[in-house]
Design a protein around this ligand. Sequence first.
Ligand SMILES: *[C@@H]1O[C@H](CO)[C@@H](O)[C@H](O)[C@H]1NC(C)=O
Ligand SMILES: *[C@@H]1O[C@H](CO)[C@@H](O)[C@H](O)[C@H]1NC(C)=O
Ligand SMILES: *[C@@H]1O[C@H](CO)[C@@H](O)[C@H](O)[C@H]1NC(C)=O
Ligand SMILES: [Fe+2]
Length: 773
Amino acid sequence: MMKLLKAVVPVFSGLASQTFASLPPREIIQARTLEEFITLQQNHKLQRQETNRSKLGPNGRRIEELESSEIITADLFGGSPGFYHGVASGDPLVDRVIVWTRYTPVAAGESVTLELRLAKVDPNLAVEDHLDPNANANIKVAKIETSEDSDYVAKVDVLGLESNTHYVFAFTDGKTSSEVGQTRTAPSMEDEVDEMTYAFFSCAHFSNGYFHAYDVASTIENIDFWIHLGDYVYEYGAYGTYATDIPERRDMTLPSWEMVELQDYRNRFATYHQWDEGLRNIRRRAPVIQIWDDHELTNNAYGQESGPVGAENHQEVCSANRTSTNEDKAEAQCDRDEGDAKIRFNEAAQAYMEWMPIRQGPMMPGVLEFTSITQVIEWGDLASIVAIDTRLGGRSAEPTIADTFTPFAAATLSNLNISAYYDEASDVRQLINVIAQSTKAEMSNPAYSMLGEENRNLILDTFESSKAAGKPWQIFAAATVMGPQVPINMDKMSDYAPAAFAPSIQGFTDAVLTDPSAFLLRIGVAMDVSGASFSPDAFDGFAYEREILLDGFQEKANNPIVLSGDSHDSWAFTLYEKGTLEEGNPVAVNLGCPGVTSPGWNGLLGDVLTPLSQALGGALDVHKLASDTFVGRNSGMKYNDILRKGFVAVKATKDTHTAEYILFEPEVILTDYDEAREASGKITAAFTCGVSLVTKAEDAGSLDAQEDCVVTFDSTRHLVWDIPVPISGDGSLGSGKSLTECGFNACEFDTTDEATDEAPSSGSKKFCGFVSL
Ligand SMILES: *[C@@H]1O[C@H](CO)[C@@H](O)[C@H](O)[C@H]1NC(C)=O
Ligand SMILES: *[C@@H]1O[C@H](CO)[C@@H](O)[C@H](O)[C@H]1NC(C)=O
Ligand SMILES: *[C@@H]1O[C@H](CO)[C@@H](O)[C@H](O)[C@H]1NC(C)=O
Ligand SMILES: [Fe+2]
């Protein structure tokens, strides 16, 4: 997402951007000494194996800062090999689902064979017998081989399953076992589906808090699947200043530098899964449908086939180096040369496909050479879901106004007379209008695309068939926000306050807005009065394409639901015909989830809202006032929360699609799992349902707030959560189909093949405990 403050800083700092003539090979530039430089030139690969491995102390703190990422092996876990990164499942179709784990071997180099067991959840079977081959004759067993080529992930596409059916699964190496995962297949058109329950997420910055959002969602009653809209991990190095509220408690991120290379990306995924039990809990609870946004690659990435390839946070050549101060690294946004963006994006995509339980989709033109994350999921006769990459396949560079705020600084820097901003005849307003005209023209330039024609057609064709089949809901998992939106106009806040508070609020905002340094807040006023939307990185920056999509939705869908993340705050919009800011004919809804932990507008407005709250003696919820101002000034916007983190839980029936914003108070995000659960007295941290918004099937684009929330949460873990996985204990594995190359691309395990299963060879039955971290 765009960083608001940073957007304006260049106007003042006047820093000349440094330019470099030529680009040395990336592996060579990593050298810190002349000696290393020579060795690297001679044999890059050998040298990389000789550099120090990452070492973490028992508390997970780094005890050494090192050169480059190495594959994570058991020495990080006291020397014991095993399953330290949980299990997962995803991309559920009618007859198949992907299951996943990551094995941590003693040493890199050798391949390992693991046993996968999968069983249908059967109410007639004792719970503890489900994964016991001696007690359940219907377990599907496969032996799967994985290696360092895919970072020791084990990713299996299990085929030949029954539709609309729940399964449990686990992996074992014969000595220890993974946690137990629960998953399910999608219903077919013949399965009667009255209800569908899901949750969606985005933006989980590890060092900004705990992932209570995932943990709470893993207790949603009857959750069918979850959708991740990206920013699942963040690329930044530990030197950065972005989103690190609890570095002292979450200072165990690997690598400590910005992730640039394949193993960097893998190790960042490993950090998230190793240290956050909320994330492991949602992954083992239900299958995921997911896409990346930009941070799985790097901030504000783009990489169309024939267009430029790059990103806001990709510095081919870096003006800082590893010995630079943190300040210099942060200023340079890098700590080493980041090389060719194409190579970086392909390596990032490889790590993503290794660690995420999704299937390779149809290839799309673009910078990616070998994979696509496109997922199309049909959920019986209820819904169709399309999840698609919006960053690399069909994405052009963003509008050349890389941020929409800066141009307005020309009008707002020295114009402190806010009344004149509203006066069409004033000089400042005329200047504002000219700037607004040019940014709008730029943001609706047909040359810019986020999806491209091929992806747009895939979405629209899927929706058309869905409508033809009579399904009420067409869901587009879109990464960024689609609703058009102007920034907050603080001068209008008093309009949305109770009358008794209005004069003091206006007095306060008058004083703030006429302070010469408050040019950014004046930009908010200028953009509001001129109807200038602000996020060039989201659909606002691709208004031409948004219009094509909305035209298509009108014709080809029953009820389009666009799911968005990226912004870190909660939003809900009715999308009008043509994507206008002004009220029009409703076409679709756009639901934007808050970040799991990443900071949103409050990070910017907090400096004003906190003193305002104090000035009012704490008598008014000023964050709610800011949200009411956002909603009040944007006709399509129906809900907003700028303070709290969380996720959106959804229950859909044939008649209604109900979206509930599940929110956490800021201090809860900073509290670890044990403390937060103790404080709530429940199995998860305390949360509230911020709003329940109903879209009626016969009323496309409708969003009506209802009084009571309908999604319910389990108060105890399911019985199958901790069922035993009996194993030989001596390392021997049960017989089953042998599969190889179960990594990046997932091997296929057809469960309808002739069963080769036998009971495990070893006689001694041993129940193994679960890995606890
Ligand atoms: C590895 O670290 C040690 C100190 O912990 C240092 O003496 C040694 O030179 C390092 N080796 C390399 C290859 O950087
Ligand atoms: C690393 O960057 C610093 C400035 O941040 C500079 O002073 C130093 O010379 C650089 N070192 C190398 C090896 O380029
Ligand atoms: C501020 O702007 C308003 C509206 O254009 C104008 O009437 C007023 O005279 C201006 N005030 C000053 C001090 O310039
Ligand atoms: Fe984000």
